[in-house]
Write a new protein. Structure first.
Length: 612
């Protein structure tokens, strides 16, 4: 009861702010050319500062006015438009307006490192009047930048940096904390969903009068994380309500509290959030077709999956019976807690890899072949002083893909150990991918290929080379300055058929409308990440119909991740939409584990009863 009473108090505060905003919105009448609009602060034309010929769409101008209203009322917010609707353009236009019409500055913009170059381009397009300083680079470059900013503190309207700078090293974080920013904008703001994280804690210490989160996915893991975002932008509303909120939103009850929790979340987010979908605002939106391609595993792939599944089953049984079980082997120096959840997660990862490709395992490099490879390796100058036994031990825990790409393909002394081309395409998903690529190419169209795993992408690259298909791409390890150049090259050169990306590195802020096919080689535990990835090409500027293809290996963990992900997306729709029916917000990872365990134990029970 006490928790509900405290939450009711928070809701009352939210409702009070909602009423104030509603009164202001009531003055807005954008019909009849806006002649009936009684809000003297309403912008009927976009702020000056955009390049000649660059015009905001009506819904984007509305978004600028919404931001302006919240800022005037000292109410922070979340701009949660669908990905690809121009949130960056709206924000820059808003900053342009308040900087020159209301003389307020400086502003801080914090973005993922992968999109800082794109943001700078957008400032050149929509904010030509703004003086923007990019705080980013090597340590020596940032020391120089700090010196420059100290000497010209009042010369810049906007400082743009990355989360790595704002919440990373103490020197950078401490430097930014010296500012009193008028506004602080956080792109892909859902990265701040965990209020217990160091990133969240450090960002909270940066002073600003007003905060804005940009995200296309305000609900990511559960309702409590949604509240964490709201607490970030309006901390005084939620001050002292932590325990009450955690109790209401994490209590483990099903139908009754589920609906009530969803309604609570809706009420809390409504005053502070503006969300428009592509279907709502784009009249000429191209058609998007989503298909699931179920892939038959190859013989080798199926055998490895069955072997991995048997180990997972044994691990779960051992855990339930209280006996010890070994997780998949660790690399030299790799530490692990040894806890049962960790072991379960490790075994589930093996299942995901088996569903992708056999080269994720050590199968082809037998002990005798590893011995021969190691002996040839010590003939390489940089490995000449290493111990043969240690090299063999290290090789023994590497996958076939790693041994081939990192050793056999790297040194001429080891080149005779390179795997045959056929092994790179020995996967049901690779066969399906080839068919999809051929279909797209026959129509003169191009593709983006996403995977959760860097090694999977490397295997796909080798397969594309076998097929003679040109590609570009990057992962999280690619230098920030190189990423936009790779995107630009793909955009310019129509002969490049595919662009490969890791889901998390490329699912954030990258614009790839030069392609209109998206292949999700595997599924993310968080379906919102897959949606973000798909929207890299499904956005304003896309001139062709978009095809989203999900590759799922039949009869594997892929199917369970996909089905449980759909349940989670329904939760997001109910929080953001009008559906009053609630669903439980358990994390997909845990549900996958529970589902697998239930299936495994069911098969064990059947076996015990003699059922075949």
């Amino acid at each position: 009861m006490a928790a509900l009473k405290r939450v009711d108090g928070v809701l009352a505060d939210c409702t009070g702010m909602a009423n104030k905003l509603s009164t202001a919105f009531a003055k807005w009448d954008t019909s009849n050319g806006g002649k009936n609009n009684t809000d003297v602060n309403y912008l009927h034309k976009q702020p000056k500062g955009a390049k000649e010929g660059v015009i905001l769409r009506d819904f984007q101008l509305y978004g600028v006015n919404w931001l302006n209203l919240l800022h005037r009322m000292h109410c922070s917010g979340i701009l949660a438009d669908d990905m690809g609707l121009g949130k960056t353009a709206q924000v820059i236009s808003f900053l342009n307006h308040i900087t020159f019409s209301r003389k307020v500055r400086p502003h801080l913009v914090v973005v993922p490192s992968s999109v800082i170059t794109n943001w700078m381009r957008e400032f050149e397009t929509f904010g030509t009047n703004l003086s923007v300083f990019k705080y980013h680079g090597s340590q020596s470059e940032r020391i120089q930048q700090q010196h420059e900013l100290r000497g010209a503190r009042d010369d810049y309207d906007v400082i743009i940096t990355t989360y790595e700078m704002a919440a990373g090293g103490e020197r950078d974080h401490k430097f930014l904390r010296k500012y009193d920013f008028e506004t602080a904008i956080f792109d892909e703001g859902h990265v701040l969903k965990n209020q217990k994280s160091i990133k969240h804690e450090k960002i909270m210490r940066i002073r600003s009068k007003w905060r804005l989160l940009l995200t296309g996915t305000p609900l990511q893991n559960n309702l409590a994380e949604l509240i964490s975002l709201l607490k970030f932008i309006m901390p005084h509303f939620f001050d002292g309500a932590d325990e009450a909120l955690q109790h209401i939103f994490k209590v483990n009850r099903q139908t009754l509290l589920s609906r009530e929790r969803v309604n609570h979340a809706k009420q809390m987010m409504r005053p502070f959030t503006l969300r428009r979908t592509k279907l709502e605002v784009l009249d000429n939106l191209k058609k998007k077709t989503e298909k699931v391609r179920y892939c038959e595993m190859t013989e080798a792939q199926a055998a490895l999956y069955e072997e991995s599944f048997a180990k997972t089953k044994a691990a779960i049984m051992a855990a339930q019976e209280g006996t010890e079980d070994s997780a998949p082997p660790k690399r030299k120096g790799q530490k692990g807690s040894g806890t049962k959840p960790d072991q379960q997660a490790a075994h589930l990862m093996q299942l995901r890899k088996a569903a992708n490709h056999p080269l994720h395992f050590k199968r082809l490099y037998t002990d005798s072949k590893i011995d021969a490879l190691a002996r040839d390796c010590i003939r390489v100058a940089e490995h000449a002083d290493e111990d043969l036994t240690e090299i063999k031990e290290d090789f023994a825990i590497n996958s076939d893909a790693e041994l081939c790409m990192s050793i056999a393909m790297q040194y001429k002394e080891c080149s005779k150990h390179i795997l045959p081309e056929q092994e790179w395409i020995n996967s049901g998903k690779i066969a399906a991918l080839k068919e999809v690529i051929e279909e797209a190419k026959s129509q003169g169209e191009r593709l983006i290929i996403f995977s959760q795993f860097v090694q999977t992408l490397e295997i796909v690259c080798r397969a594309l080379e076998v097929f003679g298909i040109s590609y570009r791409g990057f992962t999280g390890s690619t230098k920030v300055n190189d990423r936009q150049e790779l995107v630009d090259e793909f955009t310019r050169d129509n002969s490049i058929t595919c662009f490969l990306l890791s889901t998390k590195a490329g699912g954030v802020g990258i614009n790839l409308t030069a392609a209109n096919w998206v292949v999700l080689f595997d599924q993310d535990f968080n379906p919102q990440n897959d949606q973000q990835a798909a929207d890299r090409c499904y956005r304003i500027g896309q001139e062709k119909e978009v095809n989203i293809i999900r590759l799922i290996s039949k009869g594997t963990i892929d199917e369970q991740i996909y089905e449980l992900g759909k349940t989670k997306l329904k939760l997001a729709e109910r929080v953001q939409g009008n559906d009053e029916e609630g669903v439980d917000g358990e994390e997909v990872e845990k549900k996958v584990e529970q589902t697998l365990m239930a299936g495994i134990m069911a098969s064990r029970s059947a076996a015990a009863k003699g059922v075949v």
